[in-house]
Ligand binder design. Structure first.
Ligand code: ZN
Length: 411
């Protein structure tokens, strides 16, 4: 059996009750994880014009460094379209490129070295990695060979693994990776009872009842261990140590496989779903392929169908009205990790930012730049507390709201 990543205990990761979930006045936080599969340059231009130019949504995109896929020869990649990287923000690489259906052009470790050099040359530090299709160099989805440095055969011989590249992935800046799962639970980063989790996942009441019994009592009869292992709580991300010792955060994505295109996007962002997210509070990382169409819409002149355009405009309004926070994946996950490692010393009247050791080795002005944290319940002097990072005092702007609520804002 191949070695698997194991959970890392994080005893310091706990939100102080004085911290609001998200910066005031936002009630929820949404981001998009779009895989670049099947994207044609004309459609890329339409997406760029609406999402980033016209609506100015603060999402970050994902790219293939180079596509060798012979089935999709016109698929957009950085190699043939070098202008895409600087046109709008990116924080994700969809593995080292598209090495699926690449004919004789099989992936091996030197490709990772060469493509990491391209990232360095372009000054692109991807903080997020998303596994692609059946790529054998994946870390979690379908294959885990990318994270295993060597194999041992049954007679004890050891072989270096030519598909291993996790050290290069980490060195390139990646700290967050997709865990290979698509959840249908809307809103992570909020407590969810085991019953609520089963009810939402199962779809039907009867199935949920059966599942929760299996979950609770199956172990006594040797049933359902693999099934229980799928229920890992409702965190937006969790820390794992890979067989080579690398520590990373992994996150699930929200959606449905049949809705993971530009048509389904309009349904995942429907007013009912966004209302529910706001009402529940929580974070969501929407799983999609912005550049992919429904098969019956391949001839349409407009890549983005009207209902998806409407949904994106509605999302922009909710963002500007302070209802749902929007950002790149890395900015959202960075925020959650920073937030959950803040300790407040009420006697010393100090708010401490602590490093988690995986996403952040130290915390200072650079790491906090652009972030905001809303706090309440520290009494009338809360906003006078000292704010300290790992290397000394910090100077955020303090924004007072009503009562004892205030926001620390880092420029
Ligand atoms: Zn893909």
């Amino acid at each position: 059996m191949l070695p698997s990543p194991t959970p890392i205990a994080q005893p310091l990761r706990k939100r102080d009750p004085a911290l609001r979930s998200y910066p005031f006045p936002y009630k929820a936080w949404l981001t998009i994880s779009s895989d670049p599969d099947n994207t044609l340059i004309g459609d890329w231009e339409q997406l760029h014009a609406l999402i980033w130019k016209e609506l100015g949504l603060p999402f970050a995109d994902s790219l293939f460094i180079r596509s060798y896929n012979e089935i999709l020869p016109d698929q957009v990649d950085l190699h043939r379209y070098p202008q895409i990287l600087d046109a709008h923000p990116h924080d994700t690489i969809h593995t080292w490129g598209d090495f699926m259906f690449a004919g004789a052009r099989a992936f091996h470790r030197p490709d990772a070295e060469a493509h990491a050099a391209i990232l360095l040359d372009r000054g692109f530090v991807p903080r997020v990695w998303v596994d692609h299709s059946m790529f054998p160099g994946n870390l979690m989805h379908r294959h885990q060979y990318g994270g295993i440095p060597a194999f041992k055969d049954l007679s004890g011989h050891s072989y270096p693994n030519p598909l291993y590249s996790l050290d290069i992935i980490h060195r390139s800046g990646v700290r967050y990776i997709w865990d290979g799962a698509v959840t249908n639970v809307l809103g992570q980063d909020r407590p969810q009872s085991l019953w609520a989790e089963h009810r939402e996942r199962a779809g039907s009441f009867t199935k949920a009842q059966k599942n929760i019994l299996l979950h609770r009592f199956g172990a006594a009869f040797g049933l359902g261990a693999g099934f229980r292992a799928q229920f890992i709580g409702n965190d937006a991300c969790r820390a794992l140590r890979f067989p080579d010792g690398t520590a990373l955060y992994v996150f699930p994505r929200y959606g449905e496989p049949h809705l993971a295109d530009i048509h389904g996007m309009g349904e995942l962002l429907s007013a009912e779903k966004l209302d529910l997210l706001t009402q529940r509070g929580g974070t969501t990382i929407i799983y999609t392929h912005l550049g992919k169409r429904r098969p019956d819409a391949m001839k349409d002149a407009q890549h983005i169908p009207p209902h998806t355009q409407t949904a994106l405009r509605d999302l922009a309004r909710r963002f500007s009205e302070g209802e749902i926070m929007l950002s790149s994946i890395s900015r959202m996950l960075d925020y959650l990790i920073l937030r959950d490692h803040i300790t407040i010393d009420r006697e010393q009247r100090t708010i401490n930012f602590n490093a988690d050791g995986i996403a952040f080795e130290s915390i200072g002005a650079n790491e906090l730049s652009g972030h905001a944290f809303s706090i309440s319940g520290l009494g009338s002097e809360g906003s006078q507390y000292r704010v300290v990072g790992t290397h000394g005092p910090l100077q955020p702007t303090v924004e007072a709201h009503y009562g004892e609520h205030f926001t620390l804002r880092f420029a």
